[in-house]
Design a protein around this ligand. Sequence first.
Ligand code: AMP
Ligand code: ZN
Length: 491
Amino acid sequence: MQIYNSAHHKKEEFIPQKEGVIKMYVCGPTVYDQIHIGNGRTFFSFDIIRRYLMWRGYDLTFVQNLTDVDDKIINRANENKQDPEELAKHFADSFNEVMKAFKVLPPDIQPRATLEINEMIQMISGLIEKGHAYESQGDVYFSVRSYPDYGHISHRNIDDLLVGARIEASDIKRDPLDFALWKKAKPGEPFWESPWGKGRPGWHSECSAMVHKYLGTPIDIHGGGSDLAFPHHENEAAQADACWEHGLAKYWMHSGMLQVNHEKMSKSLGNFYTLREILDTYSPDAVRLLMVQTHYRSTMDFSFDRLDGASSSLERLKTTMKNLSWHIDQLSDEKKDELSRESLDLQEASKRAREEFTEAMDDDFNSALATAGLFKLQSEINVYLDKIESSKADKSIALAAQDTLRELFGIFGIDINDDKVSYPQEIIELAKRFSDYEGSDTEEAARILLEVRQEARSQKEWSVADGIRDGLAELGLIVEDTDLGARVVKR
Ligand code: AMP
Ligand code: ZN
């Protein structure tokens, strides 16, 4: 399996440190607002990567933090005249609810920065002892010049950075590039006691400390959006390496940004959408289908037209699944002595789809190519359904094709099963009128009505057949005769 390691600017063979076991960390959100579809894209990308690795048989532990103390949280709380802790808790809960609604697997461990202050203080103390950090007026800074590898994650050179940096007239920092590990509390801000007085951790401190505590460094995969590569990941890596003297992660993965109609998504441009509002109109499966159709490292252009397109594709997939189910229901379990051309072709198509899917995903999680292969299988199933005569079909092959499509879309967290048809309760009364049905299942009632109607038609008892048709029509249902048999559908 190949993974693009952004620390080395190239695809590399993926070899976990311990065979079959993966330690994975992805930076979580700063909980000061509802998360938007851009954040969503990053979290969906890593959810798919995680699901795929698990499907490939790895024993994977996934840790993701919640940044619940930060300037953004404090500023927003001040604007709202709210307690920062309360605000952070509200948006943390909301984040978890939205992720659940979108079927993102919950992290195995989800540490919150405010509950891990001791670990951060330990790491910062270690860095001071080793000469990589210094205290200054109640703040603590990481000394970038003390760590020769600074820049190796995001491929930046310290001297170039210095030219680009605004030279702050600061008598606090020794070097403009030094970054805060600990910040002295300003009046009215949340604070914790520390060897340097009252204060709070800098953002970068938390991830390194949590990775170390919960997974043990180095880990196998560290992920986040590409906007985090510098300075956040660079700083995470520098402080961890300087403190524990081994790298933070073996593979650094960065997912591409999401844009809206080719523009940056921002509140001021009015093209800012939260995941919550998207859920009012679209199914999580349609959103996920849209997302997997772009490779995780590419920039993704979001538009409602594209999302509508994904919704239609999903509907068509569900129709294929439904038609295939109808077909399968008509087949006997009996093995065929000789397989028909159509069954052989379908068998081959399922096998190929599985191979191509794995090949694409093994190549740095190319979900776009993998999805294209699944759509190809869908159209092969449609061709099969068009051509096949039930008497010549092999049930196990049809079932295998259905399982393949369902299972592989399932790895993307996309449910393509046709939702259960719900008929009105009155259909049970109708079934009782025309048969000796005694149950209470609306689907069963519909099936029995079809059987009675079929029997009546073959006996030329038109009044019974018409009575069933009219009774169904009163309930807003029609009988549709198809190549695959009759079915009751909503008008
Ligand atoms: P934040 O809460 O700002 O730290 O963001 C949480 C995650 O969302 C990070 O991994 C960011 O890289 C990611 N993210 C933020 N904006 C976008 C965007 N427009 N497209 C993709 N990912 C984003
Ligand atoms: Zn982080």
